[in-house]
Design a protein around this ligand. Structure first.
Ligand code: NAP
Length: 285
C-alpha cells in the first residue's frame, strides 16, 4: 500500500522544501494543498481518515507547514480536534522549519551538557524558529530571554511562548548592536534566530564576554547572524566558547525532518509537534 503524505500549507503555494524532504523521509506520494485554513481543511482531513481502515490507515499522514507559525499552529489544532476514535492519522507541524530547526540547534547545544540554570538569549527570537528555540531552552530549565527590534513585540512573543510551553520567558530590546550587546551581557548561551542574511552580533561583543559558553546561529546566508561563527561550525571551540553554525545545525535538522516523516507512517496516532520533535532531536544529536 502506498504511503501518502498530504501537505496542508498555509501559504499560497505549497512548499518545495517540505515536498522534497517528505519524499526523502519515505513518502511514496505527496499531495500539496495551498492556502489551507481551519475553515477549508475539514474535507481534506475527512479524505485522510475515512479512506483506509485498521493498520492500513498508518500509510496516510498529514504535514502542516507554511511560512506563518500562528496560522500553522491554528491549523494543526483544527486537524487534531477533527480526529476521533480510530478516525485519525499521524500528523506533523513544522511551519517554516520551526520545530525541526530549533530542535536540532538546541539539542546540539544540550548534548552532553546540563543547560539547567544557564541564561539563554535568543536574538530576534520572535520568528518561528526563535520562538520554538526559546521554548526548548525553557524546557531545559534555562533562564530565557528573547530580543526583538521592539520591546513590545519581544514581550508579546514571550507571552505566547510562556503559554505554549509553560515556561518563563523575558523580552528585551534588540534593535541595535548596542542593545543586543546589553541583552547578551550575562548570557551563557546565545542563539541567533534572525531573518536570513542578517548579522545580529559583532564578534567584538561575544569574544571577550566571559559569561558566554555556547553560540548557535541558524542563518546560513551571509552576512551570518553571529560574526566570527562559521556556517559549517559544529562544536567548534573559539577560546572556550563552543559554536554551531547554520549548516552545522542544518545537517541534523534535515535528518530529523526525514526521521519524523518516516515515523508518521509507523502508526496512525503519531503527533509530531514541538515536544515529540525535540525528544527525537535529543536522541539523534
Ligand atoms: P524570520 O521570521 O524571517 O525572522 C526572525 C526575526 O528576525 C523576525 O521575527 C524579526 O524580529 C527579525 N528581523 C526581520 N527582519 C529584520 C531586520 N531587517 N533587522 C533586524 N531583525 C529583523 O525567521 P525564521 O523563519 O524564524 O527563521 C530564522 C532563521 O532560521 C532564518 O535566518 C532562516 O533562514 C533560518 N533557518 C535555518 C534553517 C537551517 O536548517 N539552518 C532552517 C530553517 C530556517 P523583530 O521584527 O521582532 O525584530
Amino acid at each position: 500500500m502506498k504511503k501518502l503524505l498530504f501537505l496542508f500549507d498555509t501559504d499560497p503555494v505549497p512548499s518545495v522544501f517540505d515536498t522534497v524532504v517528505g519524499y526523502d523521509g519515505g513518502a511514496d506520494n505527496i499531495t500539496g494543498y495551498a492556502g489551507v485554513t481551519p475553515e477549508n481543511v475539514g474535507a481534506l482531513i475527512d479524505g485522510c481518515i475515512y479512506t483506509r481502515g485498521g493498520k492500513d490507515k498508518q500509510n496516510t499522514a498529514i504535514f502542516v507547514g507554511g511560512g506563518n507559525m500562528a496560522k500553522g499552529e491554528e491549523l494543526f489544532e483544527t486537524v487534531k480536534k477533527h480526529f476521533f476514535g480510530p478516525f485519525r492519522v499521524s500528523a506533523m507541524l513544522d511551519s517554516n522549519g520551526s520545530n525541526t530547526t530549533a530542535a536540532a540547534g538546541v539539542a546540539l547545544l544540550a548534548k552532553g551538557r546540563d543547560l539547567k540554570g544557564k541564561k539563554a538569549v535568543v536574538l530576534a527570537g520572535t520568528g518561528p524558529v526563535g520562538m520554538r528555540a526559546a521554548g526548548f531552552f525553557g524546557m531545559e530549565g534555562c533562564d530565557v530571554t528573547i530580543t526583538s527590534r521592539t520591546k513590545d513585540r519581544a514581550d508579546e512573543a514571550a507571552k505566547v511562548i510562556e503559554k505554549r510551553f509553560g515556561v518563563k520567558v523575558s523580552g528585551a530590546a534588540g534593535a541595535t548592536d548596542e542593545e543586543r550587546a546589553e541583552a547578551t551581557k550575562d548570557a551563557n548561551i546565545i542563539y541567533s534566530a534572525g531573518a536570513i542574511g542578517l548579522q545580529l552580533l559583532p564578534k567584538s561583543v561575544w569574544e571577550n564576554n566571559p559569561n558566554v559558553e555556547l553560540l548557535a546561529d541558524v542563518n546560513a546566508q551571509p552576512p551570518l547572524g553571529i560574526e566570527g561563527v562559521d556556517a559549517m561550525d559544529k562544536g567548534k571551540d573559539y577560546g572556550g566558547k563552543i559554536a554551531y553554525g547554520a549548516l552545522g545545525i542544518g545537517g541534523l535538522k534535515l535528518k530529523l525532518h526525514r526521521e519524523c516523516i518516516a515515523k508518521l507512517f509507523e502508526t496512525s496516532e503519531g503527533v509530531y509537534d514541538a515536544e515529540a520533535i525535540y525528544a527525537l532531536a535529543k536522541e539523534m544529536a
